[in-house]
Design a protein around this ligand. Sequence first.
Ligand code: KG4
Ligand code: ZN
Length: 344
Amino acid sequence: MIILGIETSCDETGIALYDTDSGLLNHALYSQIDMHSEYGGVVPELASRDHIRRILPLIEQVLSKAQLALGDINAIACTQGPGLAGALLVGASVAAALGYALNIPVLGIHHLEGHLLSPLLSTPAPQFPFIALLVSGGHTQLMQVNGVGQYRLLGETLDDAAGEAFDKTAKLLGLGYPGGAALSELARQGRPGKFKLPCPMIDSGDLNFSFSGLKTAVLTLINKQHMNPQTSADIALAFQEAIVTVLTEKSLAALSHTNLNQLVVAGGVGANQRLRRHLTRKTASIGATAFYPQLEFCTDNGAMIALAGAMRLQTNDKIRQATAGSFTVRARWSLSPGGVNTKR
Ligand code: KG4
Ligand code: ZN
C-alpha cells in the first residue's frame, strides 16, 4: 500500500511517499524559514499562502522521482493539527480533494504522533513500548508509547517549549530566527564552566519542565556582562548545558519510573548534537538505549506523517481516524487519550 504524506502545520511544506512493503519511497521539503526570518518569527498568513504555492509542485516532484502516478496512491495522510489553522487547512484541503478525486481514504494525523514515530523510519528502530522525549518549537513532552495510538503523557513543559527557549535565547544573543541550530553552533566556541545557569525543575520530583526562567537568567547575565563574541559563545554553551542536563535527567527519570529501556528523541531540538551525545552516554550508563530520527526527519517533514498514516492504516479500525471527505483541522489538539491531558 502506498501512502502520500502531507505536512503543512507551520512553516515547512513536507511531502512524502511511503510504501508499507518497502518503506520510504521519496520525500521533499520546502522550508519557508528565509521568508519568515526577516520578521523574527513565523507570520501565519504568509505561511498559508506559501504552502498553497509549494504543495502541488512538491507532490508532482515526489511522484515523478518515485516514478509513480497519482493513481498509484492508496491512501493519504495529512497533518490535521496542532498547528497554524490556515497552514493546516492548505494541506487538509488538498488531501481531501485528492482523496475524493482518487476515491481513497484520507487520514488526519496528529503532528506530534508523526514526530514521536519518526525514529521508526531509521534502522535500528525502537520496539514498542518506549519513552518518547518530544522536543520541538511548540512542545516539550515525555510520553510513554505503548503502540500506535496508545500514548500516555508523563510530563510536559509548564511554560516555554525547549525549542522556544533556544529560539528566544538565540534572539537575546543576536542570532537569527529560528535560532536553535545557530545557538548550538555558537556554543561550540564556548568555554566550559565560564558561566553556570540554573537547571529549572531538575529536582521537582515530577516529569514536568519549565524553561521561561532560564531565558530570564540569560537576559540577566547578558545585562551584567560586557558582551563580546567570546562571552556570547560562553553564555550559549551555559544555556545549552542547562537545557541538555534537564532534558536528560527527566528522560532518565521517565525510563526508571516506567521500567522501560528505550528512549526515542523526536522534534527539532532532537537535532542538537550535544543533547544526542549526552543522552546516548547517560542512557547507556543505566542499560537503556536512545534512538534518534535521521537529522532530516527531526524537524517537520512529510515522511513522518506518511509513516504515521501507514501505521494507523495497519492497526485496528478504531484508531484509523479516516476523515472521509471532510477536512476539519484542529489548531489545538492533545495527543493523550480522548484528547484530554492525562497528567500523572
Ligand atoms: O519540530 P520542529 O521542526 O517544529 C515544531 O514543530 O516546532 O522544531 C523546530 C525547533 C526550533 O525551535 C529550532 O530552533 C529547534 O527546533 N532546533 C534546534 C536545533 N535544530 C532545530 N534546537 C537546538 N539545537 C538544534 N541543533
Ligand atoms: Zn514539529
